[in-house]
Design a protein around this ligand. Structure first.
Ligand code: GDP
Length: 321
């Protein structure tokens, strides 16, 4: 299969302010391409006419579709309409507009929550649609499954080179640290940091701490996405993971060590555990010549540092105002 060359190409990163999109933009600095972005004020991705007009004006050669309404287990469970509607609409708008202006290559980003709640582990790509979804995030999952199917449908009907990548739980700089809407990693970083600063005796973890999750640093994910953009052109989506998982309790212990909080860990059993395990098989991506580089402990330490730096910058900004 001929490699897709990004050199000299106009590359649109949809969702460039998000954690994944911003990591892709950072990674693309190493490619001889022109990166196109649009802020939410310039382009509302849920408005079809705006998306089509923007695509018509800018005519990107390649698109990374990293825009999405994302959130942790609580947000997903609380705002099902927002997660289903906004994600379905924005991905349909971008994929259809990309087809209309003859985008050469598009990579759609989904999530490991597309797989059945009780899929065999490690989860292979072929497990898609073989069982019931996890109820706490099925709304988001259905929208992401529709995105994969859109890419496949445009490939089948029109021959568009649209591919999909399904990353595992991602973390890193630029993450959402708001406790009500965040995923577990940034939530634990914030909770452990706040506990350390206030001299609290304990941090509270949602659920039993027994669910297992796989984590990948977002810079590794961006690297994998650029790799796939260059080497992969096929119907099936591709898993993007780190290859190993930890329990939420083990993760909490790692975060507390990185933050320097030595207090107790207590459980809030009124919060859901969600899916028991979702370790993905990385065999397909490995076969395409890619493996992750950032070890979990190193990634957590770097993310904590970015959190502390960001917090400090925020405070300085406020006090200067
Ligand atoms: P999920 O992978 O879709 O379930 O999303 P999350 O990253 O939000 O949650 C992963 C697991 O971490 C679930 O079992 C949560 O109950 C657990 N968890 C423990 N403490 C927290 C927390 O403070 N915030 C979040 N979001 N999850 C937590």
């Amino acid at each position: 299969m001929a490699a897709y060359d990004l050199k000299g190409k106009k590359v649109y990163v949809a969702g460039h302010r998000g954690m994944v999109g911003s990591a892709i933009v950072r990674r693309l600095a190493a490619e001889a391409c022109t990166v196109l972005t649009a802020t939410r004020a310039e382009l509302d991705l849920t408005r079809q006419e705006q998306v089509e007009a923007w695509m018509e004006r800018n005519r990107p050669d390649a698109v990374f579709l990293a825009a999405a309404k994302v959130g942790g287990i609580f947000a997903n469970d609380t705002y099902p309409a927002d997660f289903l509607y906004e994600n379905m609409v924005l991905e349909a708008n971008i994929i259809h507009a990309a087809h209309k202006v003859d985008v050469e290559k598009l990579l759609f980003l989904g999530s490991s929550c597309i797989y059945p709640k009780f899929a065999d582990q490690p989860i292979v790509e072929e497990s898609l649609l073989t069982g019931e979804l996890e109820p706490t995030n099925e709304w988001y999952a259905i929208a992401k499954i529709a995105g994969i199917k859109l890419c496949q449908a445009y490939r089948k009907q029109h021959g568009n080179d649209f591919i999909s990548a399904m990353p595992t739980n991602l973390y890193g700089p630029g993450d959402n640290f708001d406790l009500k809407s965040s995923h577990v990693m940034p939530a634990l970083i914030r909770k452990a940091h706040d506990a350390k600063m206030s001299g609290a005796e304990s941090v509270t973890v949602w659920g039993t701490g027994t669910p297992r999750r796989e984590f990948l640093h977002v810079d590794d994910c961006a690297e994998a996405c650029v790799h796939l953009m260059k080497v992969y052109s096929d119907f099936s989506h591709v898993n993007v993971g780190s290859g190993s998982d930890v329990t939420i309790l083990e993760l909490t212990e790692m975060v507390c060590r990185a933050v320097g909080f030595a207090g107790k860990i207590v459980h809030d059993l009124s919060k859901p555990d969600g899916t028991p395990r979702k370790l993905m098989s990385g065999a397909k991506l490995q076969g395409l010549g890619w493996t992750p580089k950032i070890a979990l402990e190193d990634g957590i330490a770097a993310t904590y540092q970015a959190f502390v730096d960001g917090n400090f910058a925020e405070r300085q900004h406020v006090s200067a105002a």
